[in-house]
Design a protein around this ligand. Structure first.
Ligand SMILES: [Zn+2]
Length: 480
């Protein structure tokens, strides 16, 4: 393949001209992938040519890929309130480095995004950053995310939020959750719940099971998530009878039982969607003990989790605080369920739950470390590792990063829910990455201020060469 572009331009500049020939194009909107060429002129995707016959010889999905820009439903940019951990500007730069052209931030800032003035501040920061990446936001479900009274949902909807969430925490109160689903449904927006029965997770540190027991960490039961999912679904089933527009999105599901519940709910026609994170599908609880193999390598032939000590799979120091995350890294069986849910459509999207933290908040004993992984820049590499291992198809992976999340946002998605990305005559919104090139995750390579990644030092497949958002350059690798 060849890439012909004009002189390197600054982030935010219109992409004057770009020609990529003999690459592998993935277009999840049409369901098509194959050898092809694209031409971008003055920011507009002027031509897409699919190559056939002899012209296509020697072009395969193992090299340079062109796909629509990715959409992240769930990221934490920490502004306002904790700009030491991340700002809107550094978050958007990290997103572009990861191939994302649209990011929905979560409202657990300080102050919380529970009224339009906070949204205006975040939008101003995005504008000032010069990044062409589209920033969308969820509003809080409850005032101050305190879980007591509904936030100003109507005003937030008018101001343009894409949904409502108290993420960082569940909506504990069932009556409040019920009212929120109904009211948001009347406004045509979904409630995004972080499903966790907090009465079961007080003081919890690691997924309940052998690993937590051996390490002496307090167990975090899978039932805390599945129980909350069941509650949410039961309330949704009630609310949709009166409010047909009510919609529920369950974020960062991590247990096999949760997917069984969502699968059954979807089969009954309930308006529920869900996402999984890259870390829950590829990493497991055994990383806490110092194992570093992917989740699919930690399964035996019968689909049961292997014992990392018996396998002599421990290669790193235990208790790395960058692995502390909510929900916790689960068993290899649960991770396999995340992958299976993506493959069969039970899970609609991959969302990063990018959660940058300062070193001060992470460099403490495991149980005291802040929850979260800085993951928006490593998401593609982790997902491609699953593709390389034959656990996911490239088409499923790309759809879960583009059309899947766009469908959840509906008419609040960029392009109003229309086809993602590879559309002739529209501003180019795409990512170009080299699947054959690996890159080493290093703190100084990450554009995010959050260096809290358990993947530091690891080689990941899929180096992003170029990210173009709305016809403008969002990220360009030095060698592209
Ligand atoms: Zn959460």
């Amino acid at each position: 393949m060849t890439v012909e572009a004009g002189a390197p331009a600054a982030v935010g500049a219109r992409l004057a001209d770009l020609e990529i020939s003999r690459a592998w194009l993935v277009d999840p909107a049409s369901g098509r992938e194959g050898p092809g060429e694209i031409v971008v002129t003055d920011g507009i995707l002027e031509a897409i040519t699919w190559l056939e016959g002899a012209e296509a010889d020697g072009v395969d999905a193992a090299g340079v890929i062109v796909a629509p820009g990715f959409l992240d439903l769930h990221a934490h940019f920490r502004e306002p309130g904790n700009e030491d951990a991340e700002t809107v500007a550094t978050g958007l730069a990290a997103a572009a480095h990861g191939g994302f052209t649209t990011v929905c931030v979560m409202p657990n800032t300080t102050p919380a995004l529970d009224e339009p003035s906070v949204l205006a501040r975040i939008r101003d920061a995005a504008e000032a950053s010069g990044s062409p990446v589209t920033l969308l936001a969820h509003g809080a479900v409850s005032a101050g995310r305190a879980g007591e009274q509904l936030a100003a949902l109507g005003e937030l909807a008018d101001a343009g939020v894409v949904g409502f969430s108290d993420d960082g925490a569940p909506v504990r109160s069932a009556p409040l959750f019920r009212n929120a689903l109904a009211y948001a449904g009347m406004l045509g927006l979904q409630i995004v719940d972080h499903p966790e029965d907090a009465t079961l997770t007080e003081g919890a540190e690691a997924n309940e099971g052998l690993i937590a027991t051996v390490l002496g960490l307090r167990g975090w039961p899978a039932a805390a998530e599945a129980g909350a999912v069941a509650r949410d679904l039961a309330i949704l089933a009630d609310v949709v009878r009166d409010v047909p527009g009510a919609r529920l999105h369950l974020t960062h599901l991590s247990t096999a039982r949760s997917f069984e519940l969502v699968r059954a709910a979807k089969a009954r026609g309930l308006p529920v969607t869900c996402d999984v994170t890259p870390h829950h599908l590829a990493l497991t609880e055994e990383w806490l003990a110092g194992a570093r193999r992917w989740s699919w390598e930690a399964l035996d032939d019968d689909g049961a989790a292997r014992d990392p000590w018996r396998d002599a799979a421990i290669t790193a120091a235990p208790f790395d605080p960058s692995l502390r995350v909510n929900p916790p890294l689960r068993s290899a069986v649960d991770a396999a369920a995340c992958v299976a849910a993506l493959a069969d459509g039970t899970a609609d999207a991959i969302a990063t739950d990018h959660a940058p933290h300062t070193e001060v908040d992470k460099a403490v004993e495991f149980g005291l470390a802040a929850n979260g992984i800085s993951g928006i820049e490593t998401a593609l590499g982790v997902v491609l590792a699953a593709v390389d291992a034959g656990r996911l198809t490239l088409a499923t992976a790309i759809a879960a990063l583009t059309t899947g999340p766009a469908r959840i946002l509906g008419d609040r998605a960029p392009g109003a829910g229309g086809p993602c990305g590879l559309v002739e005559g529209q501003p180019a919104d795409l990512v170009v990455f080299d699947r054959s090139a690996t890159w080493r995750v290093e703190a100084d390579i990450l554009a995010s201020k959050g260096k809290n990644s358990p993947l530091l030092g690891r080689e990941l497949p899929g180096s992003v060469l170029l990210t173009v958002a709305g016809g403008r350059i969002a990220y360009e690798a030095a060698e592209a």
